[in-house]
Design a protein around this ligand. Structure first.
Ligand code: PLP
Length: 405
């Protein structure tokens, strides 16, 4: 009998955030168990609601968004995105340089497919948001991971980045603010990355989907704003800042100097037209969403949900013997360190699975973010403080006598 196997293109492609541990959690849920989920950055199930004005705008547009749009997206949406880019000093972005997508996810895959030939290398952070590594691998490229340094606020280790550039390197991916660490990079670090790209003739891919989720009075600096003489492809969207991940609403902008990228842009245009266009009702709410940035800010201020949940979980985790964590400055993730000697941990996925089975709480193991040692895991702190406190208490109790052997 003829068997159908998955394509060999997928051999080394993995996306563990929705991998085997989540499958086990889904089995437990199907069997009637209640699981506290701290594993996915999806705000809506935790009671976060998209701003009313945004929902209203989409519902008002439903009857005139029944058809396909231009492959790059509605002009009204792209004009609003251009304005947003201007407000962040991102250079040389016109409506022609903006592409809407079914989430940033679709555009990340598209950009890698359009750029990479077999064996081409792209520098990607470790830990990373794993879609980057998966998309590079699927496109036939090689993701070369540069270290982000936990001892230095999880900022990229510039020396490590430099040491990993080869003749095959085509681009650098910068995820700022970062998932999974919650780090926000300062100008000095960004300038050094730009200089490296300049010296080696590299494209910059700036994943800035969390740029509006910054706390403690800090400001996000768009990478493109520091690199007018380079090509920066900047990614953003409304899944997180406007709490509507299910609408699949993202975009990317080609910023700065495009003169050396005519061929690549042709490739992007071709791939963009092959998927016809992104969800048009979701595109139609972009102008309203980008005029309503204040709503999102409240949850990041003292007294706001995300801020208070961060304060709670940061203190609770820092209090557990054998764990430590860098306080996140942005987004809604943290990436705690665990003392693997103390707990005899050799397999972080097993740790997360053991914890899930015993305490019915779901984290993601550090390996899922291409972190090499089994000594980290990611917490999504979107659940309310009551659920976070159940998670923290359970973790403390679980680790009290946990040993892997
Ligand atoms: N980039 C980062 C860093 C993310 O964390 C995510 C989602 O978690 C995405 C991109 C994809 O977002 P979306 O496809 O919903 O726009």
């Amino acid at each position: 009998m003829r068997m159908f196997e998955k394509s060999s293109k997928l051999d080394n492609v993995c996306y563990d955030i929705r991998g085997p541990v989540m499958d086990e959690a889904n089995r437990m849920i199907a069997a009637g168990e209640k699981i506290v989920k701290l594993n996915i950055g999806n705000p809506a199930p935790f009671g976060f609601r998209a701003p009313d004005a945004v929902i209203k705008s989409m519902s008002e547009n439903l009857t005139n968004t029944e058809g396909y749009s231009d492959s790059k997206g509605l002009i009204s949406a792209r004009k609003a995105i251009v304005e947003y880019c201007r407000s962040k000093n991102m250079p040389d972005v016109s409506v022609d340089d903006v592409y809407t997508g079914n989430g940033v996810s679709e555009l990340i895959t598209l950009c890698m497919q359009g750029l990479l030939n077999s064996g081409d290398e792209v520098l990607v952070p470790s830990p990373d948001y794993p879609l980057w590594t998966a998309s590079i691998t699927l496109a036939g490229g090689v993701a070369v991971h540069y270290i982000c340094d936990e001892q230095n606020e999880w900022y990229p280790d510039i020396e490590d980045m430099k040491s990993k550039i080869t003749e095959k390197t085509k681009a650098i991916v910068v995820i700022n603010p970062n998932n999974p660490t919650g780090a926000l990079y300062p100008k000095e670090i960004l300038l050094q990355i730009v200089e490296m790209a300049r010296q080696h003739g590299l494209i910059l891919f700036a994943d800035e989907i969390y740029d509006r989720l910054v706390m403690d009075g800090l400001e996000h600096i768009a990478l493109a704003s520091l690199a007018p003489d380079l090509l920066t492809v900047s990614f953003n969207g409304l899944s997180k800042s406007h709490l509507l991940a299910g609408y699949r609403c993202g975009w990317m902008c080609l910023c700065g100097d495009k003169s050396k990228a005519k061929g690549y842009i042709e490739g992007i245009n071709l791939l963009s037209s092959m998927r016809l266009c992104s969800n048009v009702p979701a595109q139609s709410l972009i102008p309203t969403a980008l005029e309503n940035l204040e709503d999102a800010k409240n949850m990041l201020l003292p007294g706001g949900r995300i801020y208070e949940q961060r304060e709670y979980i940061y203190n609770a985790i820092a209090d557990i013997p054998g764990l430590s964590v860098v306080k996140p400055k942005a987004a809604f993730y943290m990436f705690p360190y665990m003392d693997i000697e103390k707990f005899h941990i050799v397999d972080d996925e097993r740790f997360v699975l053991d914890f899930l089975k015993e305490k019915k709480i779901l984290f993601t193991h550090g390996g899922g973010f291409h972190w090499a040692k089994p000594d980290h895991f990611r917490i999504v702190y979107l659940p309310c403080v009551d659920d976070l406190s159940i998670a923290a208490e359970s973790l403390k109790d679980f680790l009290h006598d946990y040993k892997q052997s």
